[in-house]
Design a protein around this ligand. Structure first.
Ligand code: ZN
Length: 232
């Protein structure tokens, strides 16, 4: 048996039980195991990890752990190196709606089979958002994040910070129901589908070419506007 010692920095400690946080954790293992394997055995998913220092040298998740190694694991830096497109698991429906409201491409369904999830990630190079650590640990997941909070607005703030989305916010451009980009539509074209009060008080409309939903700047819009201002 070999022994290595792992210490996790900053927000990676969120994944550890209290007595392991900020401390070196002793791990016994058989030879030939990667740092990634050992780190995930401690409960920390690889998409959350940035730099790995092994005995003060720069290592990586693929480095094979050696007997006596002291490993310091840093969280991945905030920012986004790819187009921020997301795939959310079935417990994050409200977060998906908020992200769509801010203009981000978000796939969300509550019946994704694991295999389908994996394929969608691979095909579109999407970022997986899930509180399911086991899902984040899957090999197919390259970019991902585990929202820490259970509150969907706090989750939104976390995701904006983690992927540095502030400058990319483009609210009210995406269908909340189906994720399709919205198009402007003349009032006359949708007139017969409007309720009497909407017809009377609103003149600007947007329309989803996919699911045919109509949007206008009603009270819902004002609430969202306030949210966007708070976030930016
Ligand atoms: Zn739609």
């Amino acid at each position: 048996m070999s022994t290595a010692y792992f210490r996790f920095l900053e927000r990676l400690n969120d994944f550890l039980p209290g007595d392991q946080r900020e401390n070196f954790i002793r791990v016994e293992f058989r030879g030939g195991q990667s740092i990634k394997h050992l780190v995930e055995s401690l409960g920390v998913p690889h998409p959350e990890i940035g730099r790995v220092q092994i005995n003060s040298w720069e290592g990586s998740l693929d480095t094979i752990a050696g007997d006596g190694d002291q490993v310091e694991v840093h969280p991945i830096q905030d920012g986004c190196l790819i187009e921020p497109r997301f795939l959310l698991d079935n417990h994050l429906g409200r977060l998906a709606a908020y992200l769509r409201m801010l203009g981000f491409d978000c796939l969300y369904r509550n019946d994704y089979e694991d295999q389908e999830l994996a394929e969608t990630l691979r095909r579109d190079e999407r970022i997986l958002l899930t509180r399911d650590r086991r899902l984040l640990m899957r090999k197919v997941v390259v970019h991902g994040y585990c929202p820490r909070s259970l509150d969907s607005l706090e989750q939104l703030a976390e995701v904006i910070r983690r992927f540095d989305l502030r400058k990319r916010i483009a609210p009210f451009h995406r269908c909340l129901r189906c994720n399709h980009p919205l198009e402007s539509v003349a009032k006359e074209a949708v007139l017969e589908r409007l309720e009497p009060l909407t017809k009377r008080y609103f003149d600007e409309f947007q329309f989803c070419p996919d699911c045919k939903q109509i949007y206008w700047k009603g009270s819902h819009y004002e609430r969202m506007q306030a949210l966007v201002e708070k976030l930016t």
